[in-house]
Unconditional design. Structure first.
Length: 358
């Protein structure tokens, strides 16, 4: 009997050690680098171990991930931090090492309401955004606290693109005299390119690149093709991944795979003259943030609290895996870092910056 108990005890020790090792391996690829971030929204790496992070209430933070140093960057524009609004995305100019230009989007007060703004400033050595200027305001201004977009991307040809939401008033996305519900394309100084699809067209805003978007909160450049991929929130179901193209209509609200929140159909899922998404989530995961990493596409989920890994064959999503579901994190931003790891921001009053090795 004693021998039996000895063998049983030895087996339990081995089993527990194995479980502990499994847990350690599961956690070894996930590391929280910073806490106490108030609803962080976007991030941009200055170098390996140095990152700028936006907080929706209106702060821009410099974080040194090696030393733990944290400093607030001054010179940030005033924001209208209501509902979904506030300080939103951040992106470095492609020639940042030479010009030190940092681009921001934010919800700012204007007229009788607010709008998605794009601006830039020069980052100084003492953590200031010097000479900050507003480059563009997505008009008309709307009295709303919803659907501002917005993610920023550079195309490598001197253009900056950023996304705007429909502001919770869906018909704006089909109105070419309205910047809301669109992808906006500008020169990096905020001027409008002569090659934009609606330049010179009556009853259309020349800054619009594509339209019919509901609320795009993810944007990433494909590492091989250079094509811009975005995703956008659907209503009840119908979150989409789209590839914006010049002058094209992506359908919202005349076509959608989602439904009204109270159940009825909004519109058919297809309509001639509109572009179909390359991927749809129903039910909604509430996507935010996206990044290409080691050949896969990673998307954060706010409602379904996970990190989605999408395996691709060209432009086709062939499989999808859900990571970090057990963490309960509303994932707001996803970036591929200069060290070869993924970085996430969690959308919480006590948000985190997390490093992930998938």
């Amino acid at each position: 009997m004693i021998v039996v108990f000895e063998h049983l005890f030895h087996y339990l020790i081995v089993l527990l050690a194995g479980l502990t090792a499994t847990t350690a391996m599961a956690d070894s690829g996930v590391e929280t680098l910073a806490k106490d971030l108030e609803h962080p929204w976007g991030m941009a790496f200055l170098a390996e171990g140095e990152v700028l992070v936006t907080e929706r209430p209106g702060r821009l933070l410099y974080l040194d991930l090696e030393t733990g140093q944290r400093a607030q960057v001054s010179g940030v524009p005033a924001v209208d931090a209501q509902g979904q609004g506030g300080l939103l995305d951040i992106e470095l100019h492609p020639d940042f090492s030479d010009n030190r230009q940092v681009y921001l989007t934010w919800a700012g007060a204007c007229g009788d309401g607010n709008a998605t703004h794009l601006g830039r400033g020069r980052l100084t050595d003492d953590n200031q955004l010097a000479d900050f200027e507003t480059l563009f305001v997505a008009t008309p201004c709307v009295e709303s606290t919803k659907h501002f977009g917005s993610r920023i991307s550079f195309d490598g040809a001197g253009h900056v693109l950023f996304t705007t939401g429909d502001r919770g008033e869906r018909d704006r996305a089909q109105d070419l005299e309205d910047h809301n519900g669109a992808v906006i394309r500008l020169h990096d100084d905020g001027s409008i390119p002569a090659t934009n699809p609606f330049v010179g067209q009556a009853n259309a805003e020349a800054a619009i690149y594509s339209y019919g978007h509901r609320n795009p909160q993810g944007a990433a450049r494909h590492p091989e093709t250079g094509a811009l991929w975005i995703h956008e929130h659907g209503p009840r179901g119908g979150d989409e991944i789209n590839l914006p193209a010049a002058g094209e209509n992506f359908g919202w609200p005349e076509t959608t795979y989602g439904r009204e929140y109270w159940g009825p159909e909004i519109a058919p899922s297809e309509k001639p003259g509109t572009i179909q998404p390359i991927h749809v989530w129903t039910p909604s995961i509430a996507p935010s943030g996206m990044a290409f990493h080691n050949g896969d596409l990673y998307v954060g989920a706010l409602a379904k609290v996970h990190l989605a890994r999408l395996r691709l064959d060209g432009q086709e999503v062939v499989s999808e895996e859900r990571l970090l579901e057990d963490r309960g994190w509303r994932i707001r931003a996803v970036e591929s870092g200069p060290d070869g790891n993924l970085y996430l921001l969690t959308d919480q009053a006590n948000g985190r910056l997390v490093r992930v090795n998938p």
